[in-house]
Ligand binder design. Structure first.
Ligand SMILES: Nc1ncnc2c1ncn2[C@@H]1O[C@H](COP(=O)(O)OP(=O)(O)OP(=O)(O)O)[C@@H](O)[C@H]1O
Length: 251
């Protein structure tokens, strides 16, 4: 994948609540941390990129490495390129863990043969292999989050959108998520919305900061850290200070 291009996008949930007005932002290959305070519009932006919401104006377009483009109005084609873990993921009743992940892949057009190999692999990657035959609805909240992640990763999409994938995970599982993230192909575009700024240095290539529906920063992690107004030795402190400054509008 070469880029996902969000151009002149407007979006409102109702005539009273305008979320985006002329939003322009690009997501590039590699891992992008999508940051912003509660209500900034991160989930809305991810849902627009996943094509489950449609902009009232503007375009969302994916360009692959050969230069071919597909936009979010060409739904079927677009969705096959995009994997999505929603913030409020909840499993389909009646399916086991392995069936659930296979079903997610089938919805994206994967063949049975590919699923036979890929579904168990995705289940193991998130550490659910020992309970792969349990009913998905019987899992704990954190286990369900990992199930959703396996479903998003099973079809190796060129664009991977993960909305707060580590919310509710214990420290061991957050570390596992960091390893999964590290294993994802940097030729693909991975966008992760998160409130955990301590994970950014070392895990991500790019940062986008969204505040009140506007992009306050979009660039590399190193440029983001260099923008911290106070020099701090610890990279995690630099990320935290830069983030606070962009949110407060000090930069
Ligand atoms: N279904 C909806 N109907 C109406 N308003 C909504 C809906 N979903 C979100 N909003 C509003 O849109 C704005 C952006 O919400 P969104 O969930 O995109 O923010 P967020 O940055 O993901 O927040 P958080 O960090 O709390 O998850 C908020 O003001 C929210 O109240």
């Amino acid at each position: 994948m070469k880029k996902i291009d969000i151009s002149s996008v407007n979006f409102s949930y109702s005539s009273k609540v305008r979320i985006f007005q002329n939003l322009n932002v690009k997501f590039l290959p590699g891992k992008t941390a999508l940051l912003g305070p509660n209500g900034a519009g991160k989930s809305t932006l991810i849902s627009l990129m996943a094509s489950v919401l449609s902009p009232s104006a503007g375009t969302i377009e994916v360009t692959d490495s050969s230069g071919n483009q597909v936009n979010s109005r060409q739904l079927r084609k677009f969705r096959r390129r995009v994997a999505w873990l929603p913030q409020d993921f909840s499993p389909v009743a009646g399916l086991s863990v392995i069936e659930h992940v296979s079903y997610a892949g089938w919805l994206k057009g994967m063949s049975r043969a590919a699923l036979k190999h890929r579904a168990p692999h995705a289940v193991s990657a998130v550490g659910l292999e020992e309970i792969s035959h349990r009913k998905a609805t019987e899992l704990s909240g954190g286990q369900q989050r990992r199930l959703g992640l396996a479903g998003a990763l099973v079809h190796r999409a060129g664009v991977v959108l993960l909305d707060e994938p580590t919310a509710g995970l214990d420290p061991g599982q957050r570390e596992r998520f960091r390893q999964i993230l590290a294993s994802l192909n940097d030729d693909h575009i991975t966008v992760v919305s998160t409130h955990q700024t301590e994970d950014i240095d070392g895990s991500f290539n790019h940062v986008v900061v969204l505040v009140d529906g506007s992009v306050r920063f979009s660039g590399s992690v190193s440029d983001f850290m260099a923008a911290a107004p106070v020099s701090a030795v610890d990279p995690r402190d630099r990320v935290r200070l830069a983030y606070a400054a962009f949110v407060e509008g000090e930069i």
